[in-house]
Design a protein around this ligand. Structure first.
Ligand code: HGY
Ligand code: MN
Ligand code: MN
Length: 420
């Protein structure tokens, strides 16, 4: 066996892979590769090819995660896993999630090419559907790995009536054997990700060591009034569902600003989906649907806000003379604390790579927040242009991606020595 060389990443190959994956997008709406679509599958095929070319054993688990694995020298040791997600939001970026999957592949390649045989197995995981999917659920694959993908979720449907369980089968998952996706054999889960915020760029710091990840609760509210003619329906007789939605949205903003300013913990709330039917300029809307995205470092703040949202949306329905037809929790993830030993190892690795690093909290949700339920989990942030994300302008430089990937590699090598 050749003498092992020091494992080192190939920055050009890393960047080429990231750009290549970015070309797999809905034409005219870059960058869009929504989970469970043919484009997503094309992206998966690309990733599978890269994993197999790197000599990893590749499988799809029952929860639809794409997993590549390199065995270690000590059979039976738990695996050191790295990964993120390859699906995007509509008209999103080329880095959110994708950078973490591509970086993990490059780290596995570098280890294998160096001839280094680690003690622990190493896994690369592309977690299925981290972004809120057409079914309304996010982090589907990582929920499956931590036994939080239940029958009610598998029965969720999309706008066309497709059931999540069937969509899972279509990507190679197996809802009947979903329990087999649960992981109890991981020593660590590491996720490299763009910061999706402005701090690292503003501070000119290349590495963020994530301290904690917010919990996210998403609530769907439907109002039902009466569609009517915009010209002949007198104002005092209208039952305008969009009016109820607008009144609710205004209260959401007022109360979220107050909670965020109170300094009791990180808090934000957003309405990114507001639909009105039938959607004619000369029709008083008969129906309105909003989805509220609530995030906090403290579940008690989320609970307090949700109770207020319940009361406010009822009052808005009364004011608009409509019915509040639904108030449903679509998903509810708890905040996660990143593992102290992994964070210390990331800092040591950054130092060894000559990269400055700072602690930073994550206002974005991530698969690592779920993986923390079954193993020590931590994240490495890299800077992104003006903190932009979930938009085509999302960008990190080849140097920023390479620096983060080198730190990820060094962290894996050090954890292999430090962990049992
Ligand atoms: O929404 C989020 O925080 C993540 O980017 N999916
Ligand atoms: Mn995202
Ligand atoms: Mn992401």
């Amino acid at each position: 066996m050749a003498t092992p060389q020091k494992a080192d990443i190939d920055a050009a190959r890393l960047w080429d892979d990231l750009i290549a994956l970015g070309t797999i997008t809905e034409p005219g709406k870059p960058y869009t590769r929504r989970s469970f679509t043919p484009l997503f599958q094309e992206g998966r095929d690309f990733l599978r090819g890269r994993l197999e070319a790197a000599g990893l054993a590749v499988r799809i688990d029952a929860a639809g995660n794409l997993i590549g694995r390199l065995e270690g020298s000590e059979p039976g040791l738990p695996a050191i896993a790295m990964g993120s997600h390859s699906d995007t939001v509509p008209a999103g970026g080329r880095f959110d999630g994708i950078a973490g999957v591509i970086a993990a592949i490059e780290v596995a390649r570098a280890i294998r090419e160096s001839g280094t045989l680690l003690r622990h197995p190493v896994e690369v995981i592309d977690c299925l559907a981290e972004e809120p999917s057409a079914f309304g659920l996010s982090c589907i694959g990582s929920r499956g790995m931590v036994a939080k993908l239940d029958d009610a979720m598998l029965a969720m449907t999309d706008a066309d009536g497709r059931v999540l369980a069937d969509a899972l089968r279509a990507v190679g998952g197996d809802p009947e054997r979903i329990a087999e996706a649960q992981r109890d054999d991981l020593a660590a889960f590491l996720e490299l990700h763009i910061e999706q915020g402005p701090v690292l760029e503003a501070e000119r710091i290349p590495i963020g060591v994530v301290t904690a990840i917010v919990g996210i609760r998403r609530i769907e509210i439907r109002f039902e009034g009466q569609a009517a003619h915009a010209g002949t329906a007198p104002m005092h007789l209208r039952r305008d569902a969009a009016y109820a939605g607008a009144l609710t949205l205004a209260r959401i903003r007022e109360r979220a600003e107050a909670l965020a300013a109170a300094g009791e913990g990180y808090f934000v709330a957003t309405v990114g989906i507001m639909e009105v039917w039938p959607g004619g300029s000369n029709v008083v809307p008969g129906r309105c649907r909003i989805v509220v995205d609530i995030r906090s470092s403290d579940p008690a703040l989320t609970d307090r806000f949700a109770a207020g949202l319940d009361a406010d949306s009822r009052a808005a329905a009364d004011m608009a003379k409509v019915e509040r037809a639904e108030f449903a929790i679509l998903s509810d993830g708890v905040p996660a604390v990143c593992d102290p030993l992994l964070r210390e190892t990331i800092r040591d690795a950054a130092d060894a790579c000559g990269q400055a690093a700072i602690d930073i909290a994550s206002g974005a949700g991530h698969d690592a927040a779920f993986m923390a339920a079954v193993c020590p989990a931590a994240m490495i942030f890299i800077p992104c242009l003006r903190g932009m994300s979930h938009t085509p302008e999302e960008y990190s430089t080849p140097e920023e991606l390479a620096a983060g990937t080198a730190v990820l590699l060094e962290t894996v090598l050090r954890l292999d020595e430090r962990l049992d």
